[in-house]
Design a protein around this ligand. Structure first.
Ligand SMILES: Cc1cc2nc3c(=O)[nH]c(=O)nc-3n(C[C@H](O)[C@H](O)[C@H](O)COP(=O)(O)OP(=O)(O)OC[C@H]3O[C@@H](n4cnc5c(N)ncnc54)[C@H](O)[C@@H]3O)c2cc1C
Length: 511
């Protein structure tokens, strides 16, 4: 049996049978089995958009070659007495808990919010006009920050291919579509993520993992750099190893860790707005057609370097999605985006942000705590301006012209908009680069200037970073690992899950 790979291009109108026929022709093969290795959309020629495939083929008619497919890595199971406490049930926490339980640890996951179904109900009640749900919102609750998201699984993090195989295998076991293994821009959608979150928890519980919901960790007990227990509403939970994966919205958890002696430093991050357009505008710009058979909604990724060197870029695009009020705490106001797997909504949204260093922006050195406070004050100022949780918004055209007051186009934001001059609300130092970047995006993507800007987009990545070893062991501690986006060393679902896995492997190696 030999193995070979073939690159095939097909019109978006052709089906799976056409792919098999094309492979047979490319390899001159009669008997073979095939697996898609990679699939991407080639939209460079408008009016002739094609799927580009790389297909792996096993056939007795082929000589030589070896199927490169490897099963995902697994820890070596040993029955152990050591207890491991994982704080946070987002991607970093859940993949860490999964690895540790497979390695034989007695694992407890502590999650400050509720199970995913109660969490969804709390968000729906808020968006129907209820009070802000402090315990369960787009940031907190089972599944973590990305549970109600587009579920994009692309990541530019280097050196995580082993972890990625593991993550994608577990996602598929939990109900993700098989195509995430080979699409160049894989995504899950909120509707898939909702079911997968419960399925992953059930699989872990079946392996003996204990989940404690509505259990915020409020303190650490430690002696001589060794953590002995974590404080929860039910009392102190003792264990031998502790892994924090609290995400980058849990500012009071960061403060608690700092009080307990965990060292953080400030880091650069990005700030800006969320741009929203009609999806049809993006489809026309990217494909030259309002829709294509068998293809969901068009995406874009835009970048620009401003004259002062600031990087301005689009981020976390949600084709066919909605803008969501994604604050973690009452009295703050910020936005993010989500979409369902079908990406069939009327709107497209994506962050448009400028990279920033608080030291350059403010002209003085801030420590980690001051950095958090600065960002919280900005999120509160958007809330105070809006008088609540509606999104301050203006047209892209007004932002570029330095004015405000034009009628706002329709938006998917569930709570509605408050007309605003975002150039007045945003820190002065990011306005000029954002203007420059947006002007460049208007030149690149036809119709971009017809869109809307909603503020504030402040959660692209953490403003601080923990001091830790490569495996995530917090500096000065012998049994405390800090992983995921809350560590400041990862960003996004896949890179945070990979960071959690790496930390779990480091925990395993320490036992
Ligand atoms: C609306 C939205 C859309 C997004 N879309 C995408 C996307 O499409 N693709 C992508 O790659 N990324 C996306 N992201 C970002 C992505 O969700 C995060 O990068 C990722 O979830 C980080 O994983 P994490 O496990 O490190 O932290 P989180 O997912 O933030 O999980 C941390 C968990 O810890 C819990 N917690 C915090 N403090 C405590 C405590 N003291 N005690 C107990 N529990 C605690 C929280 O409740 C939370 O469940 C999106 C984020 C949002 C908010």
């Amino acid at each position: 049996m030999g193995y070979a790979e073939y690159d095939i291009r097909l019109s978006v109108r052709e089906d799976d049978a056409a792919l098999r026929r094309a492979v047979a022709k490319a390899g001159n093969l009669g008997e073979f089995s095939m697996r898609i290795v990679r699939k991407s959309l080639d939209a460079r020629r408008k009016g002739d958009v094609r799927w580009q495939y790389r297909v792996g083929v096993l056939s007795p008619e082929l000589a030589g070659g070896e199927d490169p497919f490897l099963p995902p890595p697994e820890p070596e199971f040993r029955r152990r007495e050591e207890r491991a406490v994982v704080v946070g049930s987002g991607p970093a926490g859940i993949f860490a808990a999964d690895w540790l339980s497979r390695a034989g640890f007695k694992v407890t996951v502590l999650e400050r919010g509720s199970r995913v179904d109660a969490r969804r109900a709390a968000i729906e009640a808020f968006e129907a006009g209820g009070p802000f749900p402090a315990a369960d919102n787009y940031a907190f609750g089972e599944g973590g920050a990305g549970t109600f998201s587009d579920g994009k699984l692309s990541s530019r993090t280097k050196g995580i291919s082993r972890e990625r195989d593991c993550i994608f295998a577990r996602f598929v076991e939990a109900g993700a579509p098989e195509e995430i293994r080979y699409m160049t821009h894989p995504h899950l959608g909120s509707d898939n993520l909702f079911g997968m979150t419960g399925a992953m928890r059930a699989a872990l519980e079946a392996r003996g993992v204990t989940f404690l919901f509505n259990s915020p960790v409020t303190g650490l007990a430690s002696r001589d750099g060794r953590v002995t227990g974590v404080e929860t509403p039910a009392g102190v939970l003792e264990a031998e190893r502790f892994l924090f994966a609290c995400g980058h919205s849990a500012t009071e958890t960061w403060r608690m860790l700092m009080r307990a002696g965990v060292a953080f430093r400030p880091k650069n991050f990005a700030l800006g707005f969320r741009a929203e357009h009609l999806q049809e505008t993006v489809n026309l710009a990217q494909w030259g057609a309002a829709s294509l058979p068998g293809v969901k909604a068009a995406e874009y990724r835009l970048t620009h370097q401003a004259a002062d060197g600031t990087g301005v870029y689009s981020f976390c695009m949600c084709p066919g999605g909605t803008v969501v009020p994604a604050m973690a705490y009452p009295g703050t106001n910020l936005v993010n985006g989500k979409s369902d797997y079908a990406r069939a909504g009327r709107h497209a949204n994506a962050a448009v942000v400028a990279g920033l260093s608080l030291r350059s922006l403010l002209g003085r050195e801030l420590d980690a705590l001051e950095s958090i406070e600065w960002l919280e004050a900005l999120e509160r100022s958007f809330h105070d301006f809006a008088g609540g949780y509606r999104a301050p918004a203006m047209t892209i055209a007004d932002f570029l012209a330095g004015g405000s007051g034009s009628a706002l186009p329709e938006s998917s934001h569930p709570l509605g908009l408050v007309p605003a001059d975002l150039a007045e609300l945003a820190p002065a130092g990011i306005v000029a680069p954002l203007r420059e970047g947006l002007a460049a995006f208007c030149r690149t993507l036809k119709g971009y200037g017809e869109g809307l800007l909603l503020g504030l987009e402040s959660k692209t990545s953490a403003p601080i970073q923990v001091l830790r070893s490569d495996g995530g062991l917090a500096t000065g501690f012998s049994n405390l690992w800090i992983a995921g986006e809350g560590s400041g060393w990862s960003g996004g679902i896949v890179s945070s899950a990979a960071d959690g896995l790496k930390a779990a492997m480091s925990v395993e190696a320490s036992a």
